[in-house]
Write a protein of this length. Sequence first.
Length: 396
Amino acid sequence: MFDFEYYAPTKVEFGKNSLATLPALLREQGAKKVLIHYGGGSAERSGLLDKVRAAVKEAGCEAAELGGVQPNPRLSLVKKGIELCQREGVDFLLAVGGGSVIDSAKAIGYALASGGEVWDFYERKRKPSGCTPVGVVLTLAAAGSEMSNSSVITKESEGGDIKRSCNCEYARPRFAIMDPTLTFTLPPYQTACGCTDILMHTMERYFTSGGNMQLTDALAEGLMRTVIANARVAMAKPDDYSARAEIMWSGSVSHNGLTGCGNGGGDWAVHDIEHELSGLYDVAHGAGLAAIWPSWARYVYKDCLGRFYNFAVHVMGVRPCGTREEVARDGISAFESFLKSIGMPTGLNALGVRPTDGEYKFMAERCAATGGGKKGSAKVLYAADIEAILRMAGDV
């Protein structure tokens, strides 16, 4: 077990009608001028935005608005938000949506508090010195950004968009309003992508050659079993409140750091490879992760055999018969079957992506470069390894 620091300051209001707490939460934060930041038209059509506007007004706050956040949120809209907030004197950012909206709000907050070019933070050229406070009304259980220190932004580029993250404690939201009923109307594909992302946030921390801690492992394994079971329920019955609630809370716990305590920070290679994939092809994040994970797992499992064996037995319910390698491989296959059962791709062909030889090399080299030439913990991966994993995924 490694030493660790754990910090999770977000106040959570969870349950039906939790939106009613928004006026009091804004007053607690001393908000005066609020940016209501959101994505597409669903929040407007559902009436949620009107309720949020009314709550902001009830709190005694003025409001500005900026919609249009896309999946894989764009730097260009972040910059529009920075200009709008500076012009309007915004002192609080309210993200109404899922991880993309929250990440966009965090990026705006970095720039408002720290000044300068916001992309510098995502390219690791400098660190934020603060973040304008962010609050969340969550409508999609997936990224876990409502309690995490992470923000992922995509910079548009003619040579292939660039997707990068900035992890900083300043960006942890002050509060998160989480009503599972707001996720009832999500399309099945979004639900499946969200569940996949939640699982991967814990799996990135679980599959590591670093330390381990019995309690952390038990929490991680229980979370993964919970999401797998309830994903199946939510896909079959979208308005099952219990299933949606289990998934929503799992999303927050999966990425607030709890499932990584004591294990050295995790692997994150699958996420980093997917960032290159979705930067080039603009695929849904959860689907991209699903398309890469089985090939990554088969490439690295022998170097992290104990973790893959435990995953097979404790999470996927594989009987511990045969060699440890056989059990580990059966666990990978069982998880792959689960992904297929909820409609997720398990290779690039199923994702609708067919890279050229040059694109395989481009993604692999750019991914490795962001880590100083290597990625991963379960197995340290260099550009040639990453390219091999991508090509394995491309054969599926």
